[in-house]
Design a protein around this ligand. Structure first.
Ligand SMILES: [Zn+2]
Ligand SMILES: [Zn+2]
Length: 374
């Protein structure tokens, strides 16, 4: 066995071969040398070599290491770490690996890979404060859960599923035919056990052999501080149960946050728009503003300009992935100009204008009428 041949030589491809070239070369060689189909001496070793080369060259990261440092760079394991585990991939597995996503009939019928339960989504609405501080919520929903009567197997209590005799427990029927073009292998899901590899002779009465039944479920969900609108929390295995003991799906809790009436949030930053009168902006003031911790008095300095930002550091939203760090609270000053003036206010403003030597319009006709009446 020429083990010192490079992986490229083993697959018969150039060093510049594309992923598709490598895949194609491997498939061709695997069809010839797979121990399930070839009877030539040395088949097992040959296939092991081909498989090893493919496992490395089909993985961009490992291929790069191999190109630079050779087999030594990959460590003692060489071509190990096959996604197929120890030993050879079954021919059906190879077939599936190549044709998955192409609607092949063999996709779901592999032994040991039962169909799983569906993922579920739960929409949860929380308040602005709850999102900022974190909260624990109890949620309730209906789902197909593992049948408690049979423990999910689908077999009536006291009985056990038996190995399917049609496919010998493999869940698939494989046939090798000689054709003019060479050997043709076809793999189809077993029609008796539907790819499960087992048959239930005495189905559980409660779930009719499905292994799952509708149930009302209550669950406590911890919402971390700093969560935001549109975030999802994944609860692994809390989704729908798989049929006949198959793996459960996940539950995704989609979080919706009710906006705050006076605080706007952008990630970890919080913005508050603070309206100030001309007098307050010019003379300075102490004024209450809403914060995450409740209303709080802040000082606005004399001569504060429109658009000024008063920043309260560390008073924003906690960072969801860096506990202990928080964004800032930005107070945006908006100076408002009065549109309606009392007689006295008008008089004082006119005096202010006169003091500064600023020409202003005389009172409008409506104001003069008001003055006359008042
Ligand atoms: Zn049952
Ligand atoms: Zn079967």
């Amino acid at each position: 066995m020429a083990t010192d041949r490079s992986y490229y030589e083993i697959l018969g491809v150039e060093r510049s071969a594309s992923d598709a070239d490598i895949k194609r070369a491997f498939r061709k060689l695997a069809q010839k040398w797979h121990p399930d189909v070839s009877t030539e001496p040395g088949t097992a070793e040959r296939f092991k070599e081909i498989n090893e080369a493919y496992q490395v060259l089909s993985d961009p990261q490992r291929r790069q290491i191999y190109d630079v440092a050779g087999k030594a760079g990959l460590g003692d394991t060489g071509g190990a770490g096959s996604p197929f585990g120890d030993g050879f991939p079954g021919f059906g597995d190879l077939f599936d690996a190549f044709f998955s996503g192409m609607g092949g009939a063999s996709g779901s019928g592999r032994r040991g890979r039962r169909p799983g339960g569906a993922d579920l989504r739960y929409d949860l609405r929380i308040t602005f404060d709850e999102a900022v501080r974190g909260v624990e919520k109890e949620i309730e929903f209906e789902l197909l859960d593992r049948c408690e009567t049979c423990g999910g197997t689908g077999a009536a209590p006291g009985s056990t599923p038996s190995t399917c005799s049609t496919c010998g427990g493999r869940g698939e029927i494989r046939s090798v035919r000689q054709t003019m073009l060479g050997q043709m292998v076809s793999v189809t899901a077993c029609t008796r056990c539907h790819g499960d590899g087992r048959v239930i002779d005495t189905p559980c009465k409660k779930c009719r052999g499905e292994g799952r039944a509708p149930r009302h479920k209550k669950l406590r969900v911890t919402i971390p501080a700093g969560i935001d609108e549109g975030h999802q929390i994944r609860l692994s295995g809390e989704g729908e149960a798989g049929p006949r003991g198959g793996p459960a799906g996940n539950l995704y809790v989609a979080v919706h946050v009710t906006p705050h009436p006076a605080l706007r949030r952008d990630g970890t930053e919080i913005f508050h728009e603070l309206p100030l009168s001309i007098a307050q902006a010019a003379l300075g003031t102490r004024i209450r503003i809403p914060t995450i911790e409740g209303d709080e008095e802040i000082e606005v300095r004399a001569g504060t300009q429109p658009g000024t930002e008063i920043r309260l550091r560390g008073r924003g939203v906690p960072h969801i992935r860096r506990p202990g760090t928080r964004g800032d609270l930005h107070v945006m000053v908006r100076v408002t100009v009065p549109t309606k003036l009392s007689k006295k206010q008008r008089q004082l403003l006119e005096e202010l204008a006169a003091e500064s030597g600023e020409p202003v319009l005389p009172a409008g006709i409506l104001d003069r009428m008001k003055d006359a009446i008042g």
